[in-house]
Design a protein around this ligand. Structure first.
Ligand SMILES: *[C@@H]1O[C@H](CO)[C@@H](O)[C@H](O)[C@H]1NC(C)=O
Ligand SMILES: *[C@@H]1O[C@H](CO)[C@@H](O)[C@H](O)[C@H]1NC(C)=O
Ligand SMILES: *[C@@H]1O[C@H](CO)[C@@H](O)[C@H](O)[C@H]1NC(C)=O
Ligand SMILES: *[C@@H]1O[C@H](CO)[C@@H](O)[C@H](O)[C@H]1NC(C)=O
Ligand SMILES: *[C@@H]1O[C@H](CO)[C@@H](O)[C@H](O)[C@H]1NC(C)=O
Length: 312
């Protein structure tokens, strides 16, 4: 009985010690580095947890893009010095306190690690901030040509989550931009037959939640299809009519040509001249024929007698 109580007491002590250790570890980790989340365009003041009478304070910034930047403050001379840092990062002076670091209208480019170090009567200390910058997406909801709603969350960081109410199977297309933002486009995978007119697109993002509602006319789809069919049928009919007209005129003109053509009374030369004036193509054919004819004439004139001689 007594041994059992001792055991439970020992267990409790161990448990408490374990908890204490965990909290201490967590606290020291939390003191040295912390995550800072800001939304594009917002401003923030970063402070170093100062101890004792400080002599020197320094911020070292390592942005994800771009070079390292440092800001140094010397207490004894009340003097600040900075290397090439972004214009919207600077010291901010506070009455009776060492200056703090101010980030005005933060941009995605300012994302990175912000480390502060200071020397004081109690020693040297440092603290790290991991800055993450959120870009809220721009929500737009529209109806496509098929009468289905299309939801777009443009230029969000991180990419937004899109949801549909009422729920429907959809595909989300992601397009990454150079600055680290992502545009998400959600469309329905299949159009259901029992579509409710009103659809809501919900954008869920760490920078906030938004929703927009739209009523797409599902009959619009049928209308467009009917319109398309009508259009294509008209087009086909028009082409057929045109071809028929062309064919008719061609026939007609050929006949009239034959009619007006003098039937072999005119000499060959004059006929050639006439065609030359009218159609170059015909002339070419005619000339070819003339050459052929002359050649055949020649052959007839030279060879035929020899060939025909034995016969005759
Ligand atoms: C800090 O400096 C002030 C004077 O500026 C002095 O009165 C105070 O004792 C100092 N504190 C420590 C802990 O040295
Ligand atoms: C910031 O610090 C973390 C860990 O301390 C490191 O993994 C990361 O690469 C650093 N980022 C930059 C931009 O230096
Ligand atoms: C240090 O200088 C800043 C301007 O650079 C000034 O606003 C501030 O009052 C000064 N602080 C002291 C203690 O002199
Ligand atoms: C659509 O049809 C499904 C079953 O096919 C049914 O469960 C659902 O309630 C219907 N939705 C509407 C809005 O009629
Ligand atoms: C967005 O909505 C979710 C629940 O749907 C909630 O947990 C979250 O805190 C909301 N975020 C913001 C920024 O309001």
């Amino acid at each position: 009985m007594k041994a059992g109580t001792n055991m439970t007491i020992a267990g409790k002590i161990v448990y408490v010690l374990l908890l204490l250790t965990i909290t201490m570890v967590m606290r020291s980790a939390g003191n040295n580095s912390s995550v800072l989340v800001m939304t594009v365009g917002n401003s923030s003041v970063l402070t170093c947890p100062l101890k004792g009478n400080i002599t020197m304070l320094r911020w070292t910034i390592t942005p994800k893009a771009g070079g390292l930047c440092t800001l140094v403050y010397r207490v004894d001379m009340n003097m600040t010095h900075r290397t090439t840092c972004s214009d919207n990062i600077n010291w901010t002076f506070r009455a009776g306190l060492p200056p703090a670091l101010e980030i005005r209208q933060v941009g995605i480019a300012q994302e990175g690690n912000y480390s502060c170090e200071f020397s004081s009567t109690e020693g040297n200390f440092h603290k790290m901030y991991h800055l993450t910058v959120l870009a809220p997406p721009r929500l737009s909801l529209s109806c496509d040509e098929q009468g289905s709603p299309v939801c777009e969350a443009a230029a969000g960081k991180p990419p937004a989550q899109l949801l549909w109410v009422p729920e429907r199977s959809s595909t989300a297309d992601e397009k990454c931009h150079d600055n680290g933002t992502v545009t998400v486009l959600s469309k329905f995978t299949a159009c259901s037959t029992n579509v409710t007119n009103v659809t809501t697109c919900i954008v869920s993002h760490p920078a906030g939640n938004w929703s927009q509602t739209i009523a797409c006319c599902p009959s619009e789809k049928i209308n467009t299809n009917v319109f398309l069919y009508a259009c294509s049928i008209t087009c086909v009919l028009m082409i057929i009519t045109l071809l028929a007209v062309i064919y008719y005129f061609k026939l007609h003109s050929d006949r009239s040509c034959h009619k007006t053509k003098p039937p072999e009374i005119a000499p060959i030369h004059s006929q050639q001249d006439d065609t030359m004036e009218v159609e170059p193509y015909t002339t070419y054919v005619q000339k070819e024929n003339v050459i052929y004819n002359s050649v055949s004439d020649l052959t007839v004139g030279q060879n035929l007698p020899q060939n025909l001689c034995p016969g005759t």
